[in-house]
Design a protein around this ligand. Sequence first.
Ligand code: ASP
Ligand code: MG
Length: 409
Amino acid sequence: MALIVQKYGGTSVGTIERIMAVAEKVKARQASGDQVVVVVSAMSGETNRLIALAGEIDGNPDPREMDVLVSTGEQVTIALLSLALQKLGSPARSYTGGQVHILTDSAHSKARIQDIDGARVMADLNAGRVVVVAGFQGVDERGNITTLGRGGSDTTAVAMAAALKADECQIYTDVDGVYTTDPRVEPKARRLSRITFEEMLEMASLGSKVLQIRAVEFAGKYNVPLRVLSSFEEGEGTLITFEEESMEQAKISGIAFSRDEAKLSILGVPDQPGVAHKILKAIADQNIEVDMIVQNIAADEATTDFSFTVHRNDFNKAVDILHRTSEELGARDVMSDDTIIKLSLVGVGMRSHAGIASRMFETLANEGINIRMISTSEIKISVVIDEKYLELGVRALHEAFDLDENKTA
Ligand code: ASP
Ligand code: MG
């Protein structure tokens, strides 16, 4: 007998018909002898609808009340799913986050889970019930309702699985697994049968939207085997797990990209200690996150050029700040470009294979794609290129690294 936590996202519970279908699936799993905890999201569109309602009253609504509001979406689905299970003859019981003591900090709309009391859930499971838990929500020490950030039901499921020491956490969604890259950009993209936590984390932070980043972090930290699979089709999905020595690792597992990038440069800054700090502090003070950073000594050796990337939403604000900094520091010029994107190769196989970077740069060069910035980590190489080359770049790399469908990597 296994203990399984299943999570169904918004589209999977988007209508009564679909909720009935989920109930059938859950019932079948339980009938095969397993204990099942189900975590559900709000019905698709519901969270956005609630946010919009509040927006009609106040453009900058109080975070505490927002959490009281948006957490209601999940409360609807837990009750409906439990009713559906009962209708099928499966004893089921629903719980809100607070009822199963999903204790979080008090950071409304982005709270972090600190503790879960699994006793109540275990008692129900041992009595033969299916337990249905509301995703996305928790309570702080004082009993205030909190939420975990958009897409947070994934994290609820993983945290539940960790607390109950579940055998697997299954995330049912509208795609049938994790792909080598976005199939809308490269139709030859292939479903991965497995991927490591580390790689998945990189893919998620680099723009792949299959799972909430925090959920992957949590799963890696507590060693919860995580499987992404479709609620609409049969299939094995993708297992996210630890790296196994015995596995012959593909060099590259996937190609991620992010269109939300913008690049800024400040040119001819006097090359002195503290310059990088001055430039970035002004940016950080406005709560703008900086991603890639490149600093280069100029030909005259007395000045330096400094470039970095930010999210496109922060572009205009960052440009204004940088112009001010430029005046203060007596720099020569400021350059800015919001028509760039970031493209990244991800793979733990990079650790043991040399020449990945040069192969990547050669592939892009052959397509006439100019690389504007580069950054690397142990299992990732990212480049900044012009946005018009996104599709071309992804497809060329997908082929160069043998990721195309019907090739075994
Ligand atoms: N309902 C929440 C959202 O739309 C949480 C979730 O679906 O995971 O972000
Ligand atoms: Mg989701």
